[in-house]
Design a protein around this ligand. Sequence first.
Ligand code: SF4
Length: 334
Amino acid sequence: MTIRTYIQAMAEKVLSGGTIDASEALKLSGVSGSDRFLLFAEAARIRDHFVGSAVFLCSIINAKSGRCAENCAFCAQSAHHDTGVMVYPLVDEDEMVRCAALAEENGAGCYGIVTSGTSINKSDELDRVCRTVSRIKSETGISPSCSLGILDEETALRLKNAGMETYHHNIETARSFFPQICTTHDYEDDVATIRAAKAVGLRVCCGGIFGLGESFAQRIEMAETLRELDVDSIPLNFLNPVAGTRLENADNLTPLECLTIISVYRFVLPGKRLSVCGGREKNLRELQSWMFLAGANGTMTGNYLTTPGRPPELDRQMMKDLEIPVEGCCGVDN
Ligand code: SF4
């Protein structure tokens, strides 16, 4: 069987309701030359079949920045790194609501309140986030989500009762690679957070970041973990190295490799929302619009946590040029 016939056979398997395993996904990841374009096209066909061709937009606010006790190797906000990142406490309610309204104006359907740190302070900070979520629900038409670090079911329920619809928490990378990226908390703490959010009936947005030095087999391992966790949407971030972090010199992704990751994720996770988030401008460069031709159905518009995004009007123009409809939602790194 040629590789082209193999790509088509795997696509037919997924389209007929089958699941591809890690070795099959790994074989797909090895395509090269013009065979890659067939992989992208088949991933887009799978996307259209399971979730349609509409693209979802989300936006975030970095609501509390810096001084995080965790040591995630890629993160500008870790207190273990000297990056010069802005440090500020939880921003006030009015500012968070104002930014939600602006995100809505820019076409986003989901707005994430993101805070640095292992987890949120359960008294005054959580109270303020809950009040803000309620106001966003009543004062705007955008769907509120939160990314507040590790949380338990009790906190998840408080946020849900305030009106939060989606909880975002990334597992970042494969379980087998995680100890090389973070040693201050355990992979299972992140998994438990996903389970807590799901247990109270929240929608879950959970993905990771590529370009940390992981192998393609480990990228597929993460995809399989996400499939087991049955998360709803998956943010795919690509490392934008920040000076002062442990990975400041890691710069090893190419645009075509990023697109291959997107496509292989679509084969493994056919019915999920795959949203390309942090690092897309740097890593996809002139091929940004190809993310939708390779199987993605979402992206983040506006700025990321510590790095600027491009003007939202450029994203709107990209959708217009592609003639794909825009709907609304979430996740992020960088
Ligand atoms: S990724 Fe999150 S948990 Fe890790 S250092 Fe950055 S802010 Fe802290």
